[in-house]
Ligand binder design. Structure first.
Ligand code: PLP
Length: 401
């Protein structure tokens, strides 16, 4: 097989008779048959081919093949969002009475889906700390069918031991599902570590410029693929061809962008660690991070998300956010533009105080998703508020205006 960067640019493309260089967008809801006989054969699955874009679409197919080539997956199915990828995986593969064990610090809407939606249909979820092996073992029940994780977690960067969780899952006849949105296949390949299903929100780094919402489910097993496909085809949260085209172009630069995000994030984390206004920096690339060695084993680099606590509480954290002039105050991530957010009052505001305490989301915590601007300018923008919190500002290598 070709190398990663080649697959990112070349995999999956099918040129039409027009010999277009970039991928065509098949912006069509349905497809025309040569005859009534062919229509019947397509509907009966006796003949391969497109029928209707809720089922399959050539542009979406190209995206699916390219992402599958990058993740090392046999099958990939595009979805309308990251959340519909999670929903499709759960509803296609689970039934009433089944049980999920999930890390408690998952993406907020995933936690809501498990606690508020799947629970209505008789699928129960136990939440455990992603790094607590004993808690995972104790949460397993005879009805457990799925383990669900993200690694690193967002925003605190805890690392799941993926091979260990895969073993636990398989010893109990469960599937290990990994949401690989924060790493992307440019940094981490969960299938090589035993995952059964990999999920993406393509909205984030796969797009890379904050334009479209989409997602994907990746699998090795044909039967699992057929179940997820049947769910998507019947229920309809499939990917739009236009969005697939945007994501296809995003994949071409994924690896370049991810390594640039990571380089910036590591440098920022190191500089922030020295700032007297900051109590603690959370970034798996720092030697001070408790799972640094595990992160280095599982990932090619350490991700774009840096979180830090300032001395003080909400007022101090908000003052740092409000002092920025360049950074975007938004909860989105995976963009060329650096974003800054206060998790306790935004992304984690709808969970209870007890759940926030359990997840370690303090009022003094700020999350930065490092974009592609020059790191000196990102540091200086944060320094406006940070320096104001300390009597003596730190000595910096760069001059901030
Ligand atoms: C954003 C996100 C999702 C949900 O994706 P949408 O495209 O917004 O539906 C799921 N998991 C993680 C880790 C995310 O960051």
């Amino acid at each position: 097989m070709e190398k990663f960067d080649t697959r990112a640019v070349r995999s999956g493309q099918v040129r039409t008779a027009e010999a277009e260089h970039n991928d065509a967008i098949f912006l069509t809801s349905s497809f025309v048959f040569e005859s009534a006989r062919q229509a019947a054969a397509r509907f009966a699955h006796e003949e391969e081919g497109n029928v209707y874009s809720r089922f399959t679409n050539p542009t979406v197919r190209t995206f699916e093949e390219r992402l599958a080539a990058l993740e090392g997956a046999r099958h990939c199915l595009g979805t309308s969002s990251g959340m519909s990828a999670v929903l499709a995986t759960c509803l296609a593969l689970l039934k009433s009475g089944d049980h999920i064990v999930a890390a408690h610090d998952l993406f907020g809407s995933t936690v809501s889906l498990f606690s508020n939606v799947l629970s209505k249909f008789g699928i129960e979820t136990s939440f455990v700390s992603v790094t607590d092996r004993e808690a995972w073992q104790q949460a397993m029940r005879p009805q457990t069918r799925m383990l669900f994780i993200e690694s690193p977690t967002n925003p605190l960067g805890d690392i799941a031991d993926i091979p260990w969780l895969a073993e636990l899952a398989h010893a109990n006849e469960c599937l290990l599902v990994v949401d690989n949105c924060l790493c992307t296949p440019a940094l981490q390949l969960p299938f090589e570590m035993g995952a059964d299903v990999v999920i993406h929100s393509a909205t984030k780094f796969i797009d890379g410029q904050g334009r479209c919402v989409g997602g994907a489910v990746l699998m090795q097993d044909q039967e699992i693929r057929d179940q997820v496909f049947a769910f998507l085809r019947t229920c309809g949260p499939t990917m739009s061809p236009f969005n697939a085209w945007v994501f296809l172009n995003g994949l071409e630069t994924l690896s370049l962008r991810m390594h640039a995000h990571c380089k910036g994030a590591l440098e920022l984390a190191r500089r922030l660690e020295k700032h007297p206004a900051i109590a603690r920096v959370y970034y798996p690339g720092l030697e001070s991070h408790p799972q640094h060695a595990l992160a280095a084993r599982q990932q090619k680099a350490f991700g774009a998300v840096v979180a830090f606590e300032v001395h003080g509480g909400r007022a101090e954290a908000w003052s740092v956010i409000d002092a920025t002039r360049m950074l975007s105050i938004t909860a989105n991530l995976g963009d060329a533009k650096t974003t800054i957010t206060h998790p306790a009052s935004t992304t984690h505001s709808r969970i209870t105080q007890e759940q926030r305490d359990l997840a370690g989301i303090r009022e003094s915590l700020i999350r930065v998703a490092v974009g592609l601007e020059d790191i000196d300018d990102i540091e200086c923008d944060l320094a406006r508020g940070l320096d104001a919190l300390t009597a003596v500002p730190p000595v910096r290598a760069v001059q901030c205006r």
